[in-house]
Ligand binder design. Structure first.
Ligand code: MEV
Length: 405
């Protein structure tokens, strides 16, 4: 990928929409095809929509924006976001600006390993059945590979399996298959594999064959991001302390943790929607992940340092840069042209960074003058019919978003 992108575009929010496209062309190498798509208003068109879903009667629109100022793993990126909630984009941009002063976001994603499940009930001796499966591990994995030859050609394929006994007395067990899906989200690939190996597994396990489907809890496909931000950038030591106390509040209280995580997912989901990802699977996985230890936790935490704060987040994130609507939807292809990531692992890091930025912006607002001031201003603008220009005019902190993204 080219390194020529500059995501810090001064005064972007003040420009008319056409001039924003000029600025993106200049600073972020927006290509002419993507630009034409944006200029046409990005409407998918009923005939393309009709190929994507069923009983289509029209096309549903959302604002498509770009979040600026992101620097991730020492590279500038312009992050497309599609979201109906005012100020999410301004908030993320504003937090990304503060974070870039301390070097930006850093992150890494696991190899793209998806999990598939094959369920069995009424198994006579689950432990013996598990041993039989493990003894035939290689043969099962190769049978799985045979069902996805093109994925194997591209370097993916079945990597591992394990067996979990869920209820010994009732003979309920599940075989997990772990499949490297490359740059795809991978749901179809995994579903193909588990359906292909189910009969072979059934012959080994006995009992009654049940479901054959991916698990959206993609524990072997996680992403981790972190960033530093100075106390000065967030508005002083008292605000930094407040952000840290807000983080501790979320760690101690499920009621707060849910709202904290909603703020995190504001940015992550907005980018996921713009980039054609299955945001329902991302939501399901994220909330399950933070509940695994029996207590719902925040997705991100903020620790106070000598000079400011360090934020960290980890979550399972199954996203793709090929297949699905990344291929079928011209607007999603245009959004990827803006983002310019090398593949699914880099995309995962970007989405998690967008989440951490949104979270920081929200906590900063809450720890400072409060969220409601900004919301009130914003709502006033909305009722004046000016919602589309809400972000530039804000000088409060709706959603944590500050004045000058
Ligand atoms: C609103 O969309 C999100 C917030 O409620 C998040 C938070 O409270 O941390 C502001």
């Amino acid at each position: 990928m080219s390194d020529a992108i500059n995501s810090r575009i001064h005064g972007f929010y003040k420009l008319p929409v056409g001039a924003r496209l000029d600025a993106l062309t200049e600073h972020a190498a927006l290509d002419p095809e993507a630009r034409r798509w944006f200029e046409r208003g990005g409407a998918l068109g009923v005939s393309a929509a009709d190929k994507m879903s069923e009983n289509v009667i029209s096309v549903h629109g959302l604002p498509l924006s770009v979040a600026l100022n992101f620097r991730i793993n020492q590279r500038d990126l312009v992050v497309p976001m599609a979201v109906e909630e005012p100020s999410v984009v301004a908030a993320a941009s504003n937090a990304a600006r503060m974070v870039r002063e301390s070097g930006g976001f850093f992150g890494e994603a696991d190899a793209p390993i998806m999990t598939g499940q094959v369920q069995f009930d009424d198994v006579a001796d689950p432990d013996r059945a598990a041993e039989r499966v493990m003894a035939e591990r290689e043969r099962v994995l190769r049978a799985g590979d045979a069902s996805i030859p093109r994925m194997v050609e591209r370097g993916g394929g079945c990597r591992d399996l394990d067996v979990r006994v869920l209820d010994r007395a009732a003979g309920v067990m599940v075989v997990h298959l772990y499949v490297d899906v490359g740059d795809a989200m991978g749901a179809n690939t995994v579903d193909t594999v588990v359906e292909a190996v189910a009969d072979e597994l059934h012959a080994l396990v006995g009992g009654t064959l049940g479901l054959r489907i991916l698990s959206n809890l993609t524990l072997r496909r996680r992403v981790r991001v972190r960033c530093d931000v100075s106390a000065e950038a967030v508005g002083g030591a008292a605000v930094a302390d407040g952000i840290w106390r807000a983080s501790r509040f979320a760690e101690l209280d499920v009621h707060r943790a849910v709202t904290h995580n909603k703020g995190f997912m504001n940015g992550l989901d907005a980018a996921a929607v713009a980039l054609g990802q299955d945001w329902r699977s991302l939501e399901a996985a994220a909330h399950a992940f933070v509940s695994l230890e029996g207590k719902y936790r925040p997705l991100s935490t903020w620790a106070r340092t000598a000079t400011g704060l360090t934020g960290r987040a980890e979550l399972p994130l199954a996203v793709g840069t090929v297949g699905g609507s990344t291929t079928a939807h011209a607007g999603v292809r245009a959004a990827f042209q803006v983002l310019r990531v090398a593949g699914a692992q880099e995309l995962a890091v970007v989405l998690a960074a967008a989440g951490l930025a949104s979270n920081l912006a929200a906590l900063r607002a809450l720890a400072g003058e409060g969220i409601q001031k900004g919301h009130m201003k914003l709502h006033a603008r909305k009722s004046e019919g000016e919602a589309s220009v809400a972000a530039p005019a804000m000088n409060g902190h709706a959603n944590g978003h500050a004045v000058r993204p």
